[in-house]
Design a protein around this ligand. Sequence first.
Ligand code: CA
Length: 226
Amino acid sequence: MKVLVVEDEQKVANFLQKGLKEEQFVVDVAYDGLEGEAMALENEYDLILLDVMLPGKDGVAILETLRARKLEIPVIMLTAKDMVVDKLKGFEAGCDDYIPKPFSFEELLARVRAVLRRHSGAGTNVLNFADLTLDLISHKVIRGGKEIELTAKEYSLMEYLMRNPNRVLTRTMITQHVWDYNFDSFTNVIDVYVNYLRNKVDRGFSQKLIHTVRGVGYILKESDKQ
Ligand code: CA
């Protein structure tokens, strides 16, 4: 899952970026409202953490722009303690949740997971596909009862595939959801990582789950289903 953090306080931004990366999220950061808005419009994020008081353009105005453009991406607003006015404005503008500063990372993470669960309609922290299971909290991936050890990037890729089963995912879509802003799209990094993942997930199983769609990208599906 890819998160955009729009936060001008370097310390808070670093704290969020570090914590979310440790929880296997891919994170982009913008330190300014205009930059944040441009990144939100340009990329496909799964969630935005949006500070209210920002240089350039404030968080509520950014959220209004996103919603006016029919972008339904979940947004959690970060704001100063007791700013009830901010909170009301944020909900009016269409934010999904609101968290007052200062907050603990655990608290934020719980809100992030709750909003993502609600948004996906999954209602659970475990993703299943065929005999594969991915636990979003413990980050354990299990196939056929056996745990598979994945690196952080392989895990992010696996999660993205499992959130979109039976759907052709182009390299562009994979890039947008699994790699951060600094990704160089002129490399074959995606193919390399898909192969790493295949070696861990499909090798030794007669039923292959990760398939190449030639000239397009990849799909997670059971072999006999087209
Ligand atoms: Ca601020």
